[in-house]
Design a protein around this ligand. Structure first.
Ligand code: FAD
Length: 336
């Protein structure tokens, strides 16, 4: 087997092709008809290998909608831009990409992660966002959760086992965890999911680690992570001769420049109100003749379901509906 590989964006696993793993969202939290991700997944028969097929990964956008699959450098708003040969049209928003391409738009739904916004809001938006929105961006938290995949020649767990839980003897929920990250980072591991079925994945465990310890893990080499994981598993199983994993693959969401973490949380000092503020479209003045230039979606903008994917989906629907209502009132070709 060639070892583990992350599934490239837009491509899933092929049936029978082992070695591909998902670096991000793992579960549908609250799998019930009330969860729109669950509804979408079941109605499209996506809760199995079908999910990986290329035709099931397509996204359809309505007429007049551009789904940008490029890195964006700057979003200019409150403007009035003219393109050569298109003199008749004014556009309030201009999206400038890293590769030099630019797109003009009436409305842009911004879905970049809060971690990216925290780092780049000042240069990403021109003119910069109003201070009340920046404050909400600063106050809300954006944490890190990473996966560590370990591939084994042979399983050392029972075939029916789904999860290996890790409990440390000296742990107490009442004490602060040790601050010595170098010595103790691995103690933040909550356990390992056994990837099923082995015919598809091989013998692979997926460990989860969050917080500062997870960010510290990102600074280590693969060899260091592999050797620590081997030590941990030998300790947990009580078998000092347990064979080391044959390969390791981990996510590094905190170091990834376009995410800078994994998902949001309501940090100490912030509240649900900050989430609503983050979601508020701009310009803020309802009398402004160019309404809804910038709309904000993404998990961090959903007051109830921030963090998981269904919050992200619901927030996108919310902003699409906001535009629908604007179009109902004014017609889609809103040109002033
Ligand atoms: C390890 C891990 C496990 C998780 N497990 C679960 C789970 O089990 N269940 C669950 O429901 N959720 C889970 N989540 C959370 C889930 O991934 C998020 O809720 C979801 O991805 C949020 O979607 P989003 O659209 O808000 O942001 P994202 O999915 O982060 O999408 C934002 C996109 O913006 C892009 N971007 C950033 N900057 C730019 C730029 N300048 N130009 C262009 N594009 C840019 C990013 O590359 C990214 O593709 C997990 C996340 C992680 C990291």
């Amino acid at each position: 087997m060639p070892g583990l590989m992350a599934t490239p964006p837009g491509q899933g696993e092929e049936e029978g092709a082992s070695g591909l793993v998902e670096m991000g969202a793992h579960w549908i939290h609250g799998p019930s008809p009330g969860n729109p991700i669950f509804r979408l997944a079941t109605s499209s028969c996506l809760l199995g290998l079908e999910a990986a097929r290329e035709e099931n990964q397509r996204v359809e956008a309505g007429e007049g909608t551009v789904l940008l699959n490029k890195a964006v450098r700057t979003i200019r708003w409150r403007g009035s831009f003219r393109e050569e040969g298109d003199e008749a049209r004014d556009f309030p928003v201009r999206v400038e990409c890293e590769d030099g391409d630019a797109f003009l738009a009436d409305h842009v739904i911004v879905t970049v992660p809060l971690g990216f916004l925290k780092e780049h809001h000042q240069d990403f938006f021109q003119p910069p966002l109003p201070e009340w929105k920046v404050e909400a961006i600063r106050r809300l938290g954006f944490g890190t959760n990473n996966k560590i995949f370990l591939e084994f020649e042979q399983p050392f767990w029972e075939p029916q086992q789904q999860f290996l839980e890790v409990v440390w003897e000296d742990e107490s929920a009442l004490e602060d965890p040790s601050t010595d990250l170098e010595a103790n980072w691995f103690k933040k591991l909550i356990g390992f999911v056994v990837l099923q079925p082995p015919e598809q994945h091989g013998h692979v465990l997926c460990g989860f680690i969050a917080g500062k310890e997870s960010e510290y893990m990102e600074t280590l080499t693969d060899a260091e992570v592999l050797s620590t994981m081997t030590r941990v598993l030998r300790m947990l199983t009580g078998n000092p001769c347990l064979p080391a994993p044959k390969s390791v693959l981990r996510s590094r969401w905190h170091s990834a420049p376009y995410t800078r973490g994994s998902y949001s949380y309501v940090a100490v000092g912030s509240s649900g109100k900050d989430i609503d503020v983050l979601a508020q479209p701009l310009p803020e003045d309802p009398e402004d003749p160019r309404p809804l230039q910038l709309l904000f979606a993404g998990e961090a903008t959903h007051r109830t379901f921030y963090s998981p994917t269904h919050g992200a989906l619901l927030s996108g629907w919310r902003e699409a509906e906001r535009l629908n209502q604007l179009f109902e009132a004014t017609g889609p070709a809103l040109r002033l």
